[in-house]
Design a protein around this ligand. Structure first.
Ligand SMILES: *Cc1c(COP(=O)(O)O)cnc(C)c1O
Length: 368
């Protein structure tokens, strides 16, 4: 039986193994494990890639969000708007900084923040919005920036799923007060362990983030305040420098595969395909379809060797972790969570693999 993996990091490594191995040895020969030239090099390369003035490497994508929110120095107990459909980090960071999570609904076309609902969520206590470029599709950043200037709010982009995505001519992560990235191994740009980064054009904010991530200091024992320890290490940085050179190609490959899925599945009325706004270059971290018979389709594909995922099975407001908010609001995000199905996508797949997935899906609906 043909096997279509959802993610294949061994395959990715086998195409760049020499380069990667050399880069790791280079770090070891220089004992440049923490801080130092490999981290600086990657930070500069990633800043150049994104078109931003500053990139700060940190321990992971969740820390990146937490550090940015802390660095913005907004009064404790403020409200921060977070999408109802995302990974928990986007909301967790808000609470951990002592603020209140206010869940906002999603746009039913591209499933990122609904700018209409954002406006309804704003109160006198609102101080910031966390815009998640979910699945790799950029949020409506022009509109969100307008809303933020009008109400004097900070805009943070959670780019953990959107390395390589463009909002019009610009990379996501360059169009707000700060962007946050995760280099978790399975992301579009992944390390060999945990890693994360913050991007910003605001120099003062960059310094504050760097200090928070480094025990409140710039120099060795000169601590100006209490911070924490959150570092992107030398080996991960060296690996990321190698992988960054391939990122555009990988994202283009994802777009080609997505285009193939969309062209071949578009006549199938039973499923709703991902929507790409005309101003967007999607990073296609995930290719998410919607169907009312999701669980049956998932099992059918699994039995035929096709791995799929669900992002996310439970909308954030419905998690036990957020029961304390006593939300009575009805979210579209909750209604559709049992329809979402992520099909395999990534540089390990070929158009032939997509054809196999497509024909299996078509067979499923024929037999239904
Ligand atoms: C992966 C992810 C994160 C968290 O990143 P970590 O590096 O695992 O902490 C945050 N937000 C979103 C939307 C993610 O997908």
């Amino acid at each position: 039986m043909k096997r279509i993996k959802f993610l294949d990091l061994v395959d990715q490594y086998s195409n760049i193994d020499n380069e990667i191995d050399l880069s790791i040895k280079d770090v070891i020969r220089n004992a440049a494990y923490i801080g130092g030239s490999f981290v600086e090099k990657f930070e500069n390369e990633f800043a150049k890639f994104l078109g931003v003035k500053n990139v700060i490497g940190v321990g992971n994508g969740t820390d990146a969000l937490e550090i940015v929110i802390e660095a913005l120095e907004i009064p404790k107990g403020s409200e921060i708007i977070v999408p109802a459909n995302s990974f928990i980090s986007s909301a967790e960071a808000v609470s951990r900084c002592g603020h209140k999570v206010v869940f906002c609904d999603c746009d039913l076309e591209n499933l990122t923040l609904s700018t209409d609902d954002v406006q309804k969520c704003i109160t006198s206590k609102t101080k910031a919005i966390v815009a998640v470029h979910l699945y790799g599709h950029p949020c409506e950043l022009t509109k969100l920036n307008e809303i933020c200037s009008k109400h004097d709010l900070f805009l943070i982009e959670d780019c953990a799923q959107a390395h390589g995505a463009f909002y019009r001519e610009k990379h996501v992560g360059s169009l707000s007060d700060a962007g946050t990235f995760s280099f978790y191994p399975g992301k579009n740009l992944g390390a060999f362990g945990d890693g994360g980064a913050i991007s910003t054009n605001n120099h003062e904010l960059a310094i504050k983030c760097r200090m928070i991530a480094n025990h409140g200091r710039m120099k060795k024992y000169d601590h100006l305040f209490e911070g924490r320890n959150s570092r992107l290490d030398g080996i991960q940085s060296a690996i990321l420098s190698v992988k960054l050179k391939h990122l555009h190609n990988w994202v283009n490959k994802r777009n080609d595969l997505a285009y193939a899925y969309t062209t071949k599945l578009k006549d199938l009325n039973e499923i709703k395909l991902p929507f790409v706004a005309k101003w967007a270059k999607h990073a296609f971290h995930l290719y998410v379809i919607r169907t009312t018979v999701r669980d049956r389709l998932k099992t059918y594909l699994e039995k035929r060797g096709i791995e799929t995922g669900i992002h996310y099975p439970i909308a954030l407001p419905n998690l036990k972790a957020y029961a304390y908010l006593e939300n009575s609001k009805k979210f579209n995000a909750s209604n559709i969570s049992n329809e979402l199905l992520s099909l395999p996508i990534g540089e390990h797949l070929s158009i032939g693999d997509v054809d196999y997935v497509v024909s299996t899906i078509k067979n499923f609906y024929k037999e239904l």
